[in-house]
Design a protein around this ligand. Structure first.
Ligand SMILES: C[S@@+](CC[C@H](N)C(=O)[O-])C[C@H]1O[C@@H](n2cnc3c(N)ncnc32)[C@H](O)[C@@H]1O
Length: 365
């Protein structure tokens, strides 16, 4: 990571879909830490330099779904929210948010139908897997990931035929007769262990691909993690969820439910998502996470000059001090407590969670 303020301007990068634009900065290539944001002018302290409004996919952990608004992520200190939409399993802080979620977040009628199908499947099934993310388990390598997705291909095909009658689109003539084998594949998928949070992630991403095909490039352009699954179990939860979604999603969404799309979502989300946390208590409550592509070009520094703040569904970025023209604008990827760790422990945390050796000014000293 560069904090160089000399005259040598870092090379600019070719046009990238979804990069942030601002009168205060530009995105440029760095020698060692990918693309980064550099001030193009002197910036006084406490200047709002950017607002990221481009939320693509988001996950509210199941345990918070009654307490955190499905639209604005509002939270009332753990109290259950007043407006509950039982059919889709989301709660809202008011009727206004519920309507916005239905019209914009539900992304057309098929979106609402998709969440209804998920709710129908998951309701009453309780928590079937722990979904605790064990950070120290070995991560599946790219070859294992390829094999796992390859391993569910035949079952996926059977389910697709059962749902679509063998046609390539819902309206094409059936080309394969649907047999018991196809129907059994659907039943087996539905009976398999459910991972509700993985399912929310996948449905949110599939709906984004369906409703904003042009903006999917913004996700695709983000830094890629080729080993995005935390463990073999995590990878299996994704392949299982894929089959379950093929079995239950509204038919128009099935062409958007593919291994390629689901893998891309995991690979880009891994090093780019932002935690959705409580706004009080140093963000001690972790409600879930989301991907705002334009906000993902700020690199990390252990002594950041930019502070980020979530305001509802938007992230605001403000300078924490004066910034010289040419200086890199950095946020911190560390949570409140982690910021107070020693250099060695910070490095370890960043390496484990983000997969990079921190080269920021504070670590280099
Ligand atoms: C959210 S992205 C930031 C933008 C990224 N540099 C890009 O080109 O898309 C996070 C990734 O940037 C890189 N990065 C961010 N801060 C860094 C730092 N302090 N030192 C080294 N690499 C860093 C790491 O590869 C990390 O996984």
């Amino acid at each position: 990571m560069s904090t160089d303020t000399t005259e040598t301007t870092p090379p600019s990068v070719p046009i990238i879909p979804g990069i942030p634009t601002s009168p205060f900065f530009a995105v440029r290539q760095t020698p060692h830490s990918g693309r980064a944001v550099f001030a193009t002018t002197f910036i006084p302290a406490d200047t709002l330099v950017y607002r990221a409004t481009d939320l693509t996919l988001s996950v509210l952990l199941r345990e918070y779904r009654r307490e955190v608004c499905g639209w604005c992520f509002g939270y009332e200190y753990g109290r259950d929210l007043s407006v509950v939409d039982k059919t889709v399993g989301f709660a809202f802080c008011g009727e206004n948010c519920r309507v916005k979620w239905r019209t914009e977040g539900g992304k057309v009628a098929v979106g609402v139908q998709a969440w209804m199908a998920v709710e129908k499947l998951t309701k009453g099934r309780g928590k079937e897997d722990s979904e605790m993310v064990e950070m120290d388990l070995p991560r599946p390598r790219p070859k294992e990931i390829r094999e796992a997705w390859e391993g569910v291909k035949a079952r996926a095909e059977l389910i697709r035929v059962a749902r679509m009658g063998g046609g390539n689109t819902p309206n094409t003539e059936p080309v394969v007769r649907v047999t018991n084998q196809h129907r059994k594949a659907v039943q087996k998928a539905i009976a398999d262990t459910i991972s509700p949070d993985v399912m929310t992630f996948c449905v949110s991403g599939i709906l984004f691909h369906y409703s904003h095909p042009d903006q999917f490039l913004n996700i695709d352009a983000l830094a890629c993690d080729y080993t995005p699954y935390h463990s073999a179990d995590d990878l299996q939860a994704f392949t299982r969820t894929y089959l379950q979604l093929l079995a239950i999603l509204p038919v128009p969404l099935l062409p958007h439910c593919t291994p390629e799309i689901l893998i891309t979502l995991s690979q880009r989300d891994s090093h780019n998502s932002f935690g959705i946390r409580s706004l009080e208590d140093d963000g001690s409550e972790f409600f879930g996470y989301g991907c705002w592509p334009s906000a993902s070009y700020f690199n990390h520094s252990c002594g950041p000059n930019v502070e980020k703040q979530r305001v509802g569904r938007v992230w605001e970025f403000r300078t924490g001090r004066e910034v010289e023209e040419g200086e890199e604008l950095c946020i911190t990827y560390l949570s409140g407590e982690e910021r107070r760790l020693s250099r060695g422990k910070r490095m370890e945390t960043l390496n484990r969670n983000w997969g990079f050796e921190c080269g920021c000014e504070r670590c280099e000293l």
